[in-house]
Design a protein around this ligand. Structure first.
Ligand SMILES: [Ca+2]
Length: 354
C-alpha cells in the first residue's frame, strides 16, 4: 500500500510537471524534456502495475481455486479483486476485544442508554404499521425486532465503515482462530455479490463483515434477508422495512415460538443452584430440577419446561433469570446470554415509551 501511495505521488508530480512544461513551451514545439518525462512515467506506471499484481499468499490462492471449482468463479477476476484489498491490523485489534467479555452491569450500560431507548420509540412509531404486520406474520414481537436494530446499529445510525470484502479477507486469512468461519463468510459474500449484482468492493459493514441495519453476516443474508417492499432488492442497508422483516424472518427460521415468554426473574435460596450454572446456552434443565435446587420464579411453569438459570453480575450482587426457549433463539443472533438479555431489556424499555 505504501508503494502504491508513493507511486501515486510520483506520477502526480510527473503529470503536473508535464502540464507546466507544456504550458511553458511555445506552440508546435516539443522539448527534449517531454519524451524523457513520458518514458520515466511509463517506467513508474510499470512499478504501480507490479504492485497491483502482487503475488497473493498461498491461503487466498487456494481459496480462489476452491471458488473456481465449487462455484465456477473466474480465477483471474478473483485474483484481481483480492489484489485490491489488504489485511487491516485495526480489524484484528477490534476482534480481539469483544464487548461480551465485560460483566453484565457494564455491558448493559452500553446498550440501555436513554438515547437508544428514545430513538427506539421514534423508530417504532415511524414503522408501526410494518412492525405490527411483521408481528402478526412472523409471531416475533415488535419490541424484539426494534431492539435488535437498536443494539446492532442504533436503528441504522452506525452500520460500520469497513469494506466488507477487506474485513472478511483480513479475518479469513490473518485470523487463524476463526479462519474456517470467515472463509465460509467470504465465500457467501462473493456469492451474494454475484446473485444480487453488487460490486464486492462497495458494501460497508462492521470490522467482522456484518452488514446493514441488522448487521447480517453474508451467510445469514443469503438465507434470511427479505425483500419486504417487493422492489426486487433485499436492501438491509437502506430500507428499514426490509431490515425489520429480515430480522423477523431470521428468528422464525431459528424456531421462535409466538406468544411464549423470553426470560423470567428468579430468586435462589441456598447453594443448590451452583451446579445448574453452566456455559451451555440451551435451556436444557427441566424446571422441576431448578425448583428442587431452591429456585423460584414469578409464574407457574410446567415442571418439564426446559429452562436455563442465568447469573447476571451486578456491582455488588448477582441477579438471576430463568431463560426460556425464545431467549435461546435470540442467542442464535449473537451467541451471548448478555447480548440476548440486553435485547430483551431494551425492548421492554422502549415499549414503555410508546
Ligand atoms: Ca426491498
Amino acid at each position: 500500500m505504501k508503494l502504491r501511495r508513493l507511486t501515486a505521488q510520483i506520477v502526480g508530480y510527473a503529470v503536473r510537471t508535464i502540464r507546466l512544461r507544456a504550458r511553458a513551451a511555445p506552440k508546435g514545439t516539443h522539448s527534449v524534456f517531454y519524451p524523457l518525462l513520458c518514458g520515466g512515467l511509463m517506467l513508474i506506471m510499470t512499478v504501480a502495475v507490479a504492485d497491483e499484481n502482487r503475488e497473493l499468499p498461498p491461503a487466498p490462492r487456494a481459496f480462489i481455486a476452491d471458488m473456481a471449482r465449487k462455484h465456477a468463479f473466474e480465477q483471474n477476476a478473483l485474483i484481481r479483486l483480492f489484489q485490491q484489498v489488504s489485511p487491516q491490523p485495526t480489524i484484528l485489534e477490534r476482534i480481539a476485544k469483544p464487548a461480551e467479555a465485560k460483566p453484565w452491569h457494564v455491558y448493559r450500560k452500553i446498550f440501555l442508554t436513554e438515547a437508544r431507548i428514545q430513538n427506539g420509540a421514534v423508530f417504532w412509531r415511524e414503522h408501526a404499521q410494518v412492525l405490527s404486520w411483521l408481528q402478526d406474520r412472523y409471531g416475533v414481537p415488535a419490541e424484539i425486532i426494534v431492539a435488535i436494530l437498536g443494539v446492532e446499529t442504533g436503528y441504522g445510525q452506525n452500520t460500520g465503515g469497513f469494506g466488507v470484502l477487506e474485513a472478511l479477507y483480513t479475518l479469513a486469512f490473518e485470523y487463524p482462530k476463526r479462519a474456517d468461519f470467515f472463509r465460509a463468510e467470504l465465500e457467501a459474500f462473493l456469492l451474494l455479490c454475484r446473485e444480487e449484482n453488487v460490486d464486492p468492493l462497495q458494501p460497508k459493514g462492521s470490522y467482522a463483515g456484518a452488514m446493514g441495519l441488522p448487521q447480517f453476516m453474508p451467510s445469514s443474508y443469503r438465507r434470511y434477508a427479505v425483500d419486504f417492499d417487493g422492489d426486487g432488492r433485499r436492501d438491509i442497508w437502506r430500507d428499514a422495512n426490509d431490515a425489520a422483516a429480515s430480522v423477523a424472518n431470521y428468528f422464525t427460521a431459528h424456531g421462535w415460538r409466538a406468544g411464549e415468554s423470553i426470560t423470567l426473574p428468579a430468586t435462589v435460596a441456598g447453594n443448590g443452584h451452583g451446579a445448574l450454572l453452566d456455559g451451555d446456552l440451551k435451556p436444557h434443565h427441566p424446571w422441576s430440577a431448578l425448583q428442587a435446587g431452591g429456585i423460584q420464579t414469578t409464574v407457574d411453569l410446567a415442571l418439564g419446561t426446559p429452562v436455563k438459570l442465568l447469573a447476571l453480575e451486578q456491582p455488588d450482587s448477582v441477579g438471576y433469570q430463568l431463560a426460556l426457549h425464545n431467549f435461546y433463539v435470540i442467542t442464535r443472533y449473537n451467541h451471548s446470554p448478555l447480548y440476548a438479555m440486553a435485547v430483551y431489556e431494551l425492548g421492554q424499555a422502549i415499549k414503555t415509551r410508546l
